[in-house]
Design a binder for this molecule. Structure first.
Ligand SMILES: [Zn+2]
Length: 58
């Protein structure tokens, strides 16, 4: 028999993985700003599930 890894802990990392894999809904924040360095508009998305934020260039 191989190693059996118990599946007890619900880690926070797992939730953020869901976030990163787009399993959560992202809502664009109204506070978008222009990134001068990249010359693009920076939109801040907020996860409706866990409130996480991510930056998106549009
Ligand atoms: Zn999320």
């Amino acid at each position: 028999m191989g190693d059996i890894v118990p599946f007890k802990k619900k880690s926070v990392a797992k939730r953020s993985t869901l976030c990163a894999n787009n399993h959560h809904k992202w809502k664009a924040s109204k506070n978008s700003q222009f990134d001068v360095k990249k010359g693009k508009l920076l939109t801040i998305d907020i996860c409706t599930r866990c409130g996480k934020q991510r930056n998106r260039y549009t």
